[in-house]
Design a protein around this ligand. Structure first.
Ligand SMILES: NC(=O)c1ccc[n+]([C@@H]2O[C@H](COP(=O)([O-])OP(=O)(O)OC[C@H]3O[C@@H](n4cnc5c(N)ncnc54)[C@H](OP(=O)(O)O)[C@@H]3O)[C@@H](O)[C@H]2O)c1
Length: 313
């Protein structure tokens, strides 16, 4: 089978398409024939070596965190899935390995694929959909009539965060660049701000939640936009930011929270129900296994609306 691996940290040039044996499974595992794999900024942070502390430095390493596919084999202890089932799944963020014709997983890594969406769109759901749910429902606990600012609203998480915040009854201000204005409106944003034209630090409105998906907006800047008991959510945990959030939250009404994605069966269920209803899943571009380097390079450098996906044939 084909599998993308790398033997040193670096840019996309380290990614190699290799031939490997199809792995075997244990009693509690499943073998999945992968149909599509989504591209996430976490991928290049890991293969770029930015997350060495968590990923370790032993090689070879693998790429691809979330995927869609078909169950090929099940171990004797597997109860919820059978061969032939269409599934979506999520692997360990720091180990990856979905970018291969077959992947070995446990039941808890999987959910049934919503029947009404394609394998390509389904692959785009797990990492960013579960992240958006965790941010909106748990970290920011967004409720009806709240004012929510989403900075970086047309990226992978933003695509779902805007729509889920609207479903919870909030008023959403989406911050995007010029090419994303129409999309953010289509996904339900009440107000759209083009960050290339307007500096959001000078917005004249207080928010109940400020969600930064761009990694470029600090808590210090966000504080000025926050109501006295508002929440700021960012997405890059580090020992320093986790500690300073902890200390801030002891003393300040303005809370600072940081996403550390924790996939749950309940989260998967909520997400797949949303997708079965009317959650819009927007694909910027699809790629094949033979142009994996180009796929990651473009996703890293270009302005993407929604998600990019690699399709395995
Ligand atoms: N901690 C965790 O567990 C966890 C889990 C998942 C993801 N993440 C992280 O969460 C972040 C967001 O993920 P994602 O998949 O949504 O990434 P993404 O698809 O790259 O989206 C990021 C968005 O930020 C926007 N942006 C860039 N510069 C901006 C600026 N100066 N002001 C406002 N917006 C700006 C981009 O818009 P333009 O392209 O139009 O500029 C883009 O839409 C990533 O850093 C990812 O690694 C963390």
């Amino acid at each position: 089978m084909r599998k993308v691996i790398y033997n040193r940290f670096g840019d996309e040039s380290v990614l190699e398409l290799t031939e490997q044996a199809v792995p075997g499974i244990q009693k509690d595992q499943l073998l999945i024939r992968v149909k599509a794999v989504s591209i996430n900024p976490l991928d290049w942070k890991v293969y770029g070596g930015e997350m060495k502390l968590m990923s370790g430095s032993a090689f070879p390493k693998s790429v691809g965190i979330d995927f869609s596919g078909i169950v090929d084999q099940t171990g004797s202890e597997v109860a919820r899935f059978k061969a032939g089932d269409a599934v979506i799944g999520l692997l360990d963020v720091f180990k990856g390995g979905a970018l291969a014709d077959y992947v070995v997983v446990k039941e808890t890594d999987l959910a049934p694929k919503p029947a009404n969406i394609s394998f390509e769109k389904a692959a785009a759901l797990p990492v960013t959909g579960l992240s958006a749910l965790q941010i909106i429902d748990q970290l920011a606990a967004v409720g009806a009539n709240q004012e929510v600012l989403i900075n970086g609203a047309t990226g992978g998480i933003g695509l779902f965060a805007v729509q889920i915040a609207k479903k919870r009854g909030a008023r959403v201000t989406a911050v995007v660049s010029a090419n994303g204005v129409a999309d953010a409106k289509k996904w339900g944003a009440d107000t759209v701000v083009d960050y290339t034209k307007q500096d959001i630090r000078h917005l004249n409105q207080p928010f109940d939640a400020v969600i930064d998906l761009s990694t470029r907006f600090s808590f210090k800047d966000a504080r000025r936009l926050m109501k006295p008991k508002a929440v700021f959510v960012s997405t890059l945990p580090s020992p320093l930011t986790l500690l300073s959030s902890f200390v801030n939250n002891l003393f300040s009404g303005k809370k600072r929270k940081i996403l550390i994605l924790k996939p749950t069966v309940e989260g998967f269920n909520t997400l797949t129900k949303l997708a079965e209803n009317d959650l819009q899943i927007v694909l910027d571009k699809t790629y094949s296994m033979t142009n994996v380097r180009e796929a990651y390079q473009e996703a890293r450098r270009k302005k993407i609306i929604g998600k990019s996906v690699i399709v395995l044939d």
